[in-house]
Design a protein around this ligand. Structure first.
Ligand SMILES: *Cc1c(COP(=O)(O)O)cnc(C)c1O
Length: 466
């Protein structure tokens, strides 16, 4: 079970394992114990951590002991769903959901995450995460979470209300995953006017048990309103609430699967670890990749690509961690000024100096995003969404500096979701994937609310008695 394949030039990895091994030695927790990043909540089994979303002390759930896994444990001919089931089983050991894990993965991972070579460079690949129902990577986490929650017993006859703050893609993925799920409602909050027209259409197209609220504010307001509601004990007593943001382990854990699947496939053929560049906002996708690496799978370096919201790039350049208001950019699903998983990252890497050596982050402005999209379409016939373009730009700079290793650029959304930005840059129409076309053909509606905790409280307490 020793992770021998892992190339670890990055001292931070050893630290991750130390942290978890240290806690193992001290407390010897049963497999599958989940604690809060703030240390003020009792350890709970994974199904409880998934059902709750946020820990009672306001922290984020983390595994008390990160399992390590032998790359040989994976079926080389297995599907993405098979890889997910093998990878995630140790997290569910001893939990009632363990017996259902294969079925959960089969239900959630009904589409692939292909690792496709690009012509830009012989060792450049695109990890395409946009083949799900809403054409962005959020489908993986949302569908897995829904498949878990469907199976968890609730001793409450009232419907569970799932709150989701979205900067564009999460809301649609969660809406699609829970649409018409019995005894469940979804309330989506998104910043009015700050999502693409097709994203807005998707968010409001579900109807039935899914309600879309357009908030007169920014994404960080939506996120704050959701956190306040989840922490409101009186409201929770009246309306049972859960969250589906990337703070939920039920979304984070399944996102580990495609990194494991891609890195293992690459390692089988090439005998080297695969490096990743990840478009980053709330750090959920990147956290998942870091955890896969810490478990001992063959992942090399990791770079974060951010848009003009430079909270993380400033921190990794040596500055203080300074959360701030989000700026609107072309890569709107990454318009985050206070990344919600930062707390998880710091818990995982308690030493800031080590953390800064483990990861790096770059900020990519809108002009560069535009240039990158136009350049790759013209030179290589490849069309990227604005989020993917941030990572592609980080890649291009690495190659300019002579970097020769294998790099997978993570493609987080289909460019057709952002056609109003991309089409004018490439002077050509983008074919719309079928699931997106189906959603665009449905009517769409969203209610406008002010960016206050009270406004959400009113909506929710009304919804709870309806
Ligand atoms: C959500 C999202 C991101 C950012 O992912 P995080 O997990 O929040 O870092 C990047 N690209 C797209 C298309 C997204 O929807």
């Amino acid at each position: 079970m020793t992770p021998t394949l892992r190339r670890s030039p990055l001292a931070g990895d050893a630290l991750v394992l130390d942290r978890w091994r240290g806690s193992k030695q001290k407390h010897r927790p049963p497999a599958g114990s989940y604690v809060s990043t703030r240390g003020g909540s009792p350890a709970v089994p994974i199904s409880q951590a998934i059902a709750a979303g946020l820990a009672p002390d306001g922290g984020l759930y983390v595994p008390e002991a990160l399992p390590s896994i032998d790359p040989a444990a994976f079926d080389p001919h297995g599907s993405l769903a098979d890889t997910a089931a093998t990878l995630l089983m140790p997290f569910f050991a001893g939990d009632p959901l363990a017996a259902e894990l294969s079925a959960i993965c089969a239900e959630a991972f009904t589409f692939d995450a292909p690792l496709r070579p690009l012509s830009a460079h012989p060792d450049t690949l695109l990890l395409e995460l946009f083949h799900g129902p809403t054409s962005a990577f959020k489908d993986f986490g949302a569908r897995f979470l829904a498949a878990c929650l469907r199976r968890l017993p609730r001793n409450d006859a009232r419907p569970l209300t799932i709150l989701v703050a979205t900067s564009g893609d999460t809301g649609a993925a969660v809406g699609a995953a829970f649409h018409r799920q019995p005894n469940t409602r979804v309330v989506i909050l998104y910043p009015d006017g700050l999502v693409s027209p097709r994203q807005a259409h998707q968010l409001g197209c579900f109807g039935d048990n899914v309600r879309a609220l357009r908030v007169a504010g920014r994404f960080d307001d939506c996120q704050r309103m959701v956190k306040a509601a989840l922490n409101d004990v009186a409201l929770q007593a009246q309306v049972p609430l859960s969250s589906a943001n990337s703070i939920s382990l039920g979304r984070l854990l399944p996102q580990m699967s495609y990194y494991a699947h891609a890195a293992l496939a690459w390692r089988r053929e090439h005998d080297t670890p695969l490096n990743f560049i990840i478009p980053t906002g709330n750090l959920g996708n990147a956290m998942a990749c870091l955890w896969v690496r810490a478990m001992g799978l063959p992942i090399g370096e990791l770079r974060l690509a951010c848009n003009a919201n430079a909270t993380l790039p400033d921190y990794f350049a040596g500055g203080e961690y300074t959360p701030r208001e989000a700026l609107p950019t072309l890569a709107n699903a990454m318009d985050v000024g206070a990344p919600s998983n930062f707390e998880r990252l710091c818990w995982t890497f308690p030493d800031g100096a080590q953390l800064r050596r483990t990861l790096s982050a770059s900020s990519v402005d809108d002009a560069t995003i535009r240039h990158t999209i136009a350049h790759h379409a013209r030179e290589h016939g490849e069309v990227f969404c604005p989020h993917t373009a941030t990572a592609m730009h980080v890649h291009d700079r690495l190659r300019e500096q002579g970097e020769r290793g294998p790099w997978a650029v993570v493609a987080t959304a289909h460019p057709a979701k952002f056609e109003s930005i991309v089409e004018p840059l490439i002077n050509a129409p983008i074919a719309v994937p079928k699931p997106l076309a189906t959603m665009l053909a449905r009517p769409s509606r969203a209610e406008l609310i002010t960016a206050t905790d009270t406004a959400l409280h009113e909506v929710l307490s009304g919804a709870g008695t309806a």
